[in-house]
Design a protein around this ligand. Structure first.
Ligand SMILES: NC(=O)C1=CN([C@@H]2O[C@H](COP(=O)(O)OP(=O)(O)OC[C@H]3O[C@@H](n4cnc5c(N)ncnc54)[C@H](OP(=O)(O)O)[C@@H]3O)[C@@H](O)[C@H]2O)C=CC1
Ligand SMILES: C[C@H]1O[C@H](OP(=O)(O)OP(=O)(O)OC[C@H]2O[C@@H](n3cnc4c(=O)[nH]c(N)nc43)[C@H](O)[C@@H]2O)[C@@H](O)[C@@H](O)C1=O
Length: 322
């Protein structure tokens, strides 16, 4: 074992993927912490799919701690359309960020996975031990396999070399800086935009993908950022921990909430020709609660805050549409 694996004080913390929704929230979360010196580098500075570039960046900048919040990310449509990119880029990012961390003596690393790593038909709520207990959901199999490889690499480095590399498995996230692409985004930002545009254009109806019956859980990204820093400060964190609220709702219920927040009063239609994906995905968060962390932002408050951010982002520099 390394002599000291705790999160160091006065640490140099590298947030990989700082321009993304999660990376940016982590940067906001630590911005006023005098014990943390933040290191960031966009894709223009270091392409995380390039092993040599990552190794060189770590060698030059000597981070003490790393959060891997970079990934190729998207909703059900993007995941189904581009499985090659989702598997290949996410495997490379995970391998390169973790291996260079070991080689360059990083003391602490947290890798971000996703709850889609769990089998499609795993019992709900999803417990951490459900990993690899059954087949994955086909619409995000490529992404899930890359994320499983990443969390297992951290687990094996910790087991074999005694370094404190561990992972968090967040549920579906939302908040400021989300991706509002009409097809490639996740459901919450997609519907926020669609209902907003329907209201602006005085349309009578909005159509949501699928049957509306799948159940999902949503966590505000500021809560996730707080949970990440909580896990980074734990002296003996589990190899991976679910991060969520433990509460879910149907996609149709979500659509109704978004319509109310936006002020859209027309009809909501479903389109069963589009995929539903996993029927239900809600996390068991007892492990995280036992570690002393709970979410603070409920969905109603988070939706109002996120719609305000959406309007601001749209007015200022245009929406992010990756
Ligand atoms: N959003 C969600 O609902 C969920 C997200 N997660 C996980 O959280 C993490 C962050 O997700 P999120 O913030 O939503 O995603 P975003 O798409 O908002 O951000 C991802 C970031 O990764 C960067 N990135 C991707 N590829 C590379 C590369 N080759 N080199 C350098 N940077 C790269 C992107 O850079 P650029 O800006 O240049 O494209 C972007 O800044 C991911 O690991 C994701 O799997 C987990 C569960 C749910
Ligand atoms: C976070 C998680 O996100 C992905 O999994 P997902 O939860 O299935 O993703 P989603 O947000 O895109 O959809 C949730 C549900 O919502 C329905 N739905 C309705 N209307 C729209 C719509 O307009 N857009 C989208 N995207 N979905 C819609 C959609 O049909 C589905 O039933 C993973 O690929 C993986 O990336 C991952 O880890």
């Amino acid at each position: 074992m390394n002599a000291d694996t705790s999160a160091p004080s006065n640490q140099r913390l590298f947030v990989a993927g700082h321009r993304g929704m999660v990376g940016d929230a982590i940067c906001r979360r630590v911005a006023n912490d005098p014990s943390i010196e933040l290191l960031t580098a966009g894709r223009d500075v270091v392409d995380l799919c390039d092993a040599e570039a990552v190794d060189q960046y770590y060698a030059d900048n000597r981070p003490d701690a790393v959060v891997v919040a970079a990934a190729k990310v998207g909703g059900i449509y993007a995941n189904s359309q581009y499985p090659v990119e989702f598997l290949s880029q996410n495997m490379k990012i995970a391998m390169n960020c973790v291996e260079a961390a070991y080689k360059q003596g990083v003391r602490r690393l947290l890798f971000l996975g996703s709850t889609c790593i769990y089998p499609r038909d795993a019992p709900q709520p999803l417990v951490e031990s459900a990993l690899l207990s059954g087949p994955l959901e086909s619409t995000n199999e490529a992404y899930a396999i890359a994320k499983i490889a990443g969390l297992k690499l951290c687990q094996f480095y910790r087991q074999q070399y005694g370094v404190m590399f561990h992972s968090a498995m967040p549920t579906n996230l939302y908040g400021p800086g989300d991706n509002y692409h009409p097809e490639n985004s996740h459901v919450l930002p997609a519907l926020l935009r669609r209902f907003h545009e329907a209201k602006e254009e005085q349309r009578d109806s909005v159509t949501i993908w699928g049957s509306g019956s799948p159940r999902r859980e949503f966590l505000h990204v500021d809560d996730l950022a707080d949970a990440v820093m909580h896990l980074m400060s734990a002296s003996h964190p589990p190899d991976w921990v679910n991060v969520g609220t433990g509460e879910d709702l149907t996609i149709l219920e979500l659509a109704k909430k978004i319509a109310a927040v936006v002020g859209f009063e027309g009809e909501i239609k479903t389109d069963p020709s589009k995929p539903d994906g996993t029927p239900r995905k809600v996390t068991d968060v007892s492990r995280l609660h036992e570690m002393g962390w709970r979410h603070e932002i409920d969905l109603d408050r988070g939706l109002k805050q996120t719609y305000a951010s959406f309007l601001k982002e749209e007015a200022e520099s245009g929406l992010r549409q990756a």
